[in-house]
Structures are given as structure tokens and as C-alpha cells.
Design a protein around this ligand. Structure first.
Ligand SMILES: [Zn+2]
Length: 309
């Protein structure tokens, strides 16, 4: 029996559960990123970071274990950070959403979108923690994107190069057109961010853009094409601005609370200035990841807003 003929609700639940288990694996990837001697295979079993106790299968069930143990290690009562279940829940939600958009007819697209969403989720958390974007996502993404485009040309439906090569934006693109659109997307995404970085560093005399961001938008462009990569950058800038303002406000609250606690005499203006300085260091990778994902999954209606030639 073909599993794709099962009821759609069943497929969605199953896909969401897969996302939950993959999310649990992503926690391992994120957590072990800074440790050179640890890989995703070694050590084989996850351990409590506090007491080094190896976790049995009961303690490894996504979400459920955390809820049952009320967020604490069963041996040493170490409070397990909330972000472990958060990553699992976020990944499950992303997979469920992708499934809802694609299953069952477009299952190859569901597979690619889900894998991309998970990679971008890892990128987001690693960039927040270490101000670095993993090379396997950025460089790996740039290498994989043309291959994936050849396998699933559907990815580039309505792409700019597809219209030139196939002569029409309707229907499934040819493999050739999809690969060309992917390569053009890599060049545009990486090129435009690199140019902004060069101009920015000339104008402000400091690095405006990390090279990791350049490679990440290159990889994203390989999946969403040249126009998609520009739209992704615009969406990312918008998200980045909101995040930036939010971060400055967070610092402002923190500073004002301290002023009240210490009964210090410090004006609001001075606090605002300090908050602006403290709040400006925010990685751009997470915003970029969100921009790429939004364009990847919602291109069909975003394109309606974009005057495609
Ligand atoms: Zn422990």
C-alpha cells in the first residue's frame, strides 16, 4: 500500500512527530557545536551536562521526558534549559507547517523544505550562541542547492531564469532551468550581501557584515533563485530591525531596573544611550534564516507582490 494514499490528517500527524524526533537530534547538533572532540556520533549516548549520567531511552523522548521530569535531570535535579523542548517543539511545528503546505502530492518538496527548515533552525541557535554560522549549512547548502534543484525542479517554479530558459513560468520547470536558476540565486544572494559588506566597511570603517551571512544567503539563493534571494534579504532586514529594536528595549528595561534597585540618579537619556550601545550586537544570521524560510515556503503569494518581468 502506498503510504501517500493514507488520510491527509494521518500523514500530517506522522510528519509532525518525525519533526519532533528530528528536533531532538538537532539539540545534539546545537549543543555539541562548540566542542571539537564531540561529534554527532561520539559520544553515542546523550549525557546530563551537569552529572555526566548517560540518558536512557525514557529520558530521551522528545518533549515528554522534559514534561514528566518537570524540566530536571532525574539523577542530579539539574534544571534542563527550556530551549531543549523549545527546539523540539519549534522543529515539530515547522515540519507540520511544511507538511500542511505540501503533503501528500508534493512529498519531494516537503522533504527538501523540512530539511532546510531544520538546518536553518540549527543556524539560528548556533549564531545566537557563538556568533557563527556552521559551514556545513552555508557552504554545504551552496553545494547541495543545485543538486537538490536538479532532483526537485519544483523548487524553482516561477523563477526568473526558468521564464527565460523554458519560455514560461507555468508548470514544473525543466531540470536545466532549475539548476541555472539555483546557480544564479547563489551568485545573487552571496554577491549582493558581499557588496553591502564591502560598502558598509568602507563607509563605517568596521565590518558591517560577517562572511558567514554572505555564504548563508548564497546557500538560500540556491534554493529560492535570484529574485527570491533579494526578497529574502528584504524580509530578513525587516525582521532584523524588529529584533534590533526589541533587543535595545530589553537592555533599556534591564538598565532602568538596575537604576531603580540601586536608587541611582541616572536620566532616561543616558540609559537609552547605553542600551543602544549594548543592544547593537545582535547576529544577523537568525533574521536571514527566517527570511530565507519565508521566501522558500511562501513564494507563491510573495511573488504576487513582486513585479516579476
Ligand atoms: Zn544530571
Amino acid at each position: 500500500m502506498n503510504p501517500l494514499e493514507l488520510p491527509r490528517e494521518f500523514l500530517l500527524v506522522w510528519w509532525g512527530l518525525m519533526g519532533l524526533f528530528v528536533g531532538s537530534f538537532l539539540n545534539v547538533v546545537i549543543h555539541r557545536y562548540p566542542y571539537d572532540q564531540e561529534t554527532i556520533h561520539r559520544p553515542r549516548r546523550s549525557r546530563c551536562p551537569q552529572c555526566r549520567k548517560e540518558l536512557g531511552w525514557r529520558e530521551n523522548i522528545p518533549l515528554l521526558s522534559w514534561l514528566i521530569q518537570r524540566g530536571r535531570c532525574s539523577a542530579c535535579r539539574w534544571p534542563i534549559p527550556f530551549r531543549y523542548p523549545l527546539v523540539e517543539a519549534l522543529n515539530a511545528a515547522l515540519w507540520l507547517y511544511v507538511g500542511w503546505r505540501c503533503l501528500p502530492e508534493q512529498w519531494p518538496l516537503a522533504l527538501v523544505w523540512s530539511l532546510v527548515a531544520s538546518s536553518l533552525l540549527v543556524t539560528t541557535f548556533v549564531d545566537f550562541d557563538h556568533l557563527e554560522i556552521p559551514d556545513w549549512v552555508s557552504i554545504g547548502g551552496m553545494l547541495c542547492a543545485p543538486v537538490l534543484s536538479a532532483l526537485v525542479p519544483e523548487l524553482h517554479r516561477g523563477g526568473l531564469c526558468v521564464q527565460w530558459i523554458d519560455g514560461s513560468a507555468e508548470g514544473v520547470p525543466s531540470r536545466m532551468a532549475a539548476v541555472v536558476n539555483s546557480l544564479a540565486g547563489i551568485a545573487t544572494g552571496a554577491g549582493v550581501l558581499w557588496a553591502i559588506g564591502v560598502l558598509g566597511s568602507k563607509a563605517f570603517g568596521k565590518d558591517a557584515m560577517g562572511f558567514g551571512d554572505v555564504k548563508l544567503l548564497g546557500a538560500g539563493g540556491g534554493l529560492v533563485g535570484p529574485i527570491g534571494s533579494l526578497v529574502a534579504l528584504m524580509v530578513a532586514s525587516l525582521i532584523g530591525s524588529v529584533m534590533g529594536v526589541g533587543n535595545i528595549l530589553r537592555w533599556l528595561c534591564f538598565l532602568r531596573r538596575r537604576v531603580t534597585q540601586r536608587r541611582a540618579r541616572r536620566g532616561w537619556l543616558a540609559s537609552c544611550r547605553a542600551a543602544r550601545v549594548m543592544g547593537q550586537y545582535l547576529p544577523f544570521g537568525p533574521a536571514l534564516a527566517m527570511g530565507i524560510l519565508v521566501v522558500l515556503c511562501e513564494w507563491s503569494w510573495l511573488a504576487a507582490w513582486w513585479p516579476v518581468p
